[in-house]
Write a new protein. Structure first.
Lengths: 318, 356
């Protein structure tokens, strides 16, 4: 992992205007970086904006404000026609392998399409590359002529990974790539992603709600809550010394598959539910559920700041 | 190879009669493509006051088994081909539909993964609970309404009097699940079946629902069968565990037996394939190669054999029967058969799934 940055996100905002009165602030002033060859995990509960962050960085959405610097170049407001190079360097893997593969295309068409778009290979070379990609993800050449419905969920996710790798990208954003898979298949896919990441020195954003899986695969982990990044730290550090009360609660809520540990654990159960990102109240978004909330939290929005080297948290307690 | 090895009759090991016992249940679905053998001879039982977790991957038959207990298998295409389900001394499969209606809801309550499918979107939540109460108890509407509000209060829905008048779409996911639990418990059933009750919920809401179920079980002495694929949830809630694979039970035992002394290679692999918050990061997870078998053509031998690192010749030819190796701990695996010269050694080795 080099100190060079693959991605720098500064004060990123993505608002969705619902009607004249209501605005959904899906991502609200989020900043972070991803180093070259680094895996950043992003966790959070439904509606926290983790998927929107990923899609905005991939420029599937146009940011409301803020900036996205990819490989030293500002792509925040680049036109689609100027993004072809970027699309070749950054690829996405999606959650639902049933929805993200065109059911009318064969596997070789699915994997070959990015090769055609970017004019990377034709004819025999193209066929060879498709077969090579299939073998990388653990499928075989005879799968190339089949259609997505002939595959299981885990195999479809492998096809999605092969397609993402077709253009030989440097950066991958994986949005809940394993949530729809069975436990034993999840481990297969996570091992595959980890291996590919290491072999190819890929930079990675791994978005998921499964805390233990995110921690497992990532070098650093960012925790989001209702459009805000509330804490970022090394993946061991954030588990051992979570600082933000929300991160603490999230860790505590995640059950550990070990009955003796489970029964001996003191648990911090949060009252209430995640507030809506539509017209959020001023102040810290977590203040309403936070066991340590102070008067100040209701009026002022805490900034993300570095409280220990490499450990960033947005909370007035620090 | 036709084996001469006969299985010992399966019998629950404790003297006390279990609240529910499922014996050699077989369920198939007849589709245009052929017969799917979804449940292939499942036996397990649950004692009164206990909480039993059924774990396994999608399609292993865990849901079909409990749907059979509720007699909710859609027929056709489904059919219960054989076996017995004994609940409080009576055979559920022999009951008439009318008799079954007084079991469902009153004696056995059920909650589902997606609370929206269990709730009627056109009726307010209070009325739906009232409906369940009036169906099984002789009370007037006003008393039933009062009870409904009390149930909502018991499942910790804030402001229950107002909430009872609201419709399911006005509830959040976690509250819908609470409402469904309230409805399932309204008639004080002896047994609560929870099918993936927290799978669609966020982790902090999951934690709230688990707290609630644990609390209710303690207070009401309720018996729970929980179906889940989340081993963390199992560790927190269950005191007994049944592990299923490809329509069969491969291992069952107490929670600590399964977690600390797992015997079946599938249980081993399952426990080792999940990352844990208290373990080192970025080490390869023990994954299970391949995929579960196609139940259109169930394999002749052990269904796990093609994926099993310990498979022997016999495993491909004949399926193992449940062997009780210690009190209340049964495993269906040839590794532990007395004619395997290494059986004693295997047993000695058991329990390496979690290094402590």
């Amino acid at each position: 992992m080099s100190a060079e940055l693959a991605l720098e996100v500064k004060n990123l905002k993505k608002y969705f205007r619902l009607d004249r009165r209501r605005t959904l602030k899906a991502v609200d002033n989020v900043s972070f970086t991803v180093g070259k060859g680094e895996v950043l995990g992003i966790v959070g509960e439904s509606g926290c904006g983790k998927t929107t962050v990923g899609r905005t960085i991939a420029r599937l959405y146009t940011p409301t404000s803020g900036s996205i610097i990819f490989d030293g170049k500002d792509i925040t407001s680049a036109k689609e026609s100027e993004l072809l190079w970027f699309r070749r360097k950054l690829q996405m893997i999606f959650q639902d392998p049933y929805a993200s593969l065109d059911p009318r295309m064969t596997v070789s068409e699915i994997i070959g399409e990015p090769l055609d778009v970017h004019r990377l290979a034709t004819g025999k070379e193209r066929a060879e590359r498709i077969n090579h990609l299939l073998s990388i993800v653990g499928l075989s050449p005879e799968h190339a002529s089949r259609f997505p419905h002939e595959f299981s969920g885990g195999q479809r996710q492998r096809i999605g990974i092969a397609r993402a790798l077709a253009v030989d990208p440097e950066f991958i954003i994986a949005d809940e790539p394993i949530s729809s898979l069975d436990v034993s298949i999840q481990a297969q896919i996570v091992n595959l992603l980890t291996r590919l990441q290491e072999e190819r020195g890929l930079s990675f954003i791994f978005i998921a709600h499964d805390l233990s899986m995110v921690r497992h695969i990532s070098h650093r982990v960012g925790v989001m809550y209702v459009g805000k990044m509330v804490e970022i730290a090394g993946s061991e550090e954030i588990y051992k010394h979570p600082l933000n009360p929300y991160t603490k609660a999230l860790m505590s809520a995640n059950p550990i598959p070990d009955p003796d540990i489970e029964k001996g654990r003191t648990r911090l159960t949060l009252p209430g539910e995640v507030p809506s990102p539509i017209n959020p109240l001023p102040g810290c978004r977590f203040a309403g559920r936070c066991p340590q909330a102070m008067e100040r939290c209701k009026h002022e929005d805490p900034e993300l700041k570095e409280v220990e080297p490499g450990h960033w948290v947005s909370c007035f307690l620090y | 190879m036709e084996t001469a090895i006969e299985g010992k009759a399966f019998a629950p090991s404790s003297g006390e009669a279990p609240l529910l016992s499922i014996e050699d249940l077989q369920v198939s679905f007849y589709t245009y493509a052929g017969e799917v053998h979804a449940v292939r001879g499942v036996s397990y039982s649950v004692k009164k006051g206990s909480s039993l977790a059924v774990v396994g991957e999608s399609g292993c038959g865990k849901t079909v088994t409990v749907q059979s207990v509720m007699r909710l298998i859609p027929t056709p295409p489904g059919r219960i081909k054989g076996g017995r389900i004994i609940f409080k001394g009576k055979d559920i499969l022999a009951l008439s539909e009318k008799e079954m209606q007084s079991v469902r809801g009153k004696e056995i309550g059920m909650i589902f993964q997606d609370p929206m499918t269990g709730l009627n979107p056109t009726m307010n939540v209070g009325s739906q609970i009232v409906e369940a109460i009036v169906k099984h108890q002789r009370v007037d509407k006003a008393t039933a309404w009062e009870k409904a509000v009390k149930m909502l209060e018991m499942v910790e829905i804030p402001n229950p009097k107002v909430r009872a008048l609201q419709y399911p779409h006005q509830y959040s996911g976690g509250m819908r699940q609470r409402a469904m639990i309230a409805m399932a418990l309204a008639c004080e059933p002896d047994l609560l079946i929870a099918d993936e009750p927290t799978t669609s919920l966020d982790v902090t809401i999951q934690s709230q629902i688990l707290d609630l179920l644990l609390g209710l079980q303690e207070r009401l002495g309720m018996t729970i069968i929980i179906i889940t694929h989340n081993l963390g949830v199992v560790a927190r809630l269950a005191n007994e565990i049944v592990v299923m694979y490809a329509g069969k039970v491969v291992e069952q035992g107490t929670s600590s037996q399964i977690f600390y002394r797992p015997l079946h290679p599938y249980t081993h692999a399952l426990l080792r394939s999940v990352p844990r918050l208290d373990r080192k990061t970025r080490t390869a997870l023990a994954s299970i190669p391949g995929t579960p078998p196609d139940l259109f053509v169930p394999p002749k031998g052990c269904a796990f054999a093609p994926r099993c690192p310990r498979a022997m010749k016999v495993c491909l030819e004949a399926d193992a029967f449940p062997m009780e190796l210690e009190k209340e701990h049964q495993v269906s695996c040839w590794l532990y058969h007395e004619s395997n010269p290494r059986a004693a050694m295997e047993l000695e080795k058991g329990g390496v799934a979690i290094e402590r």
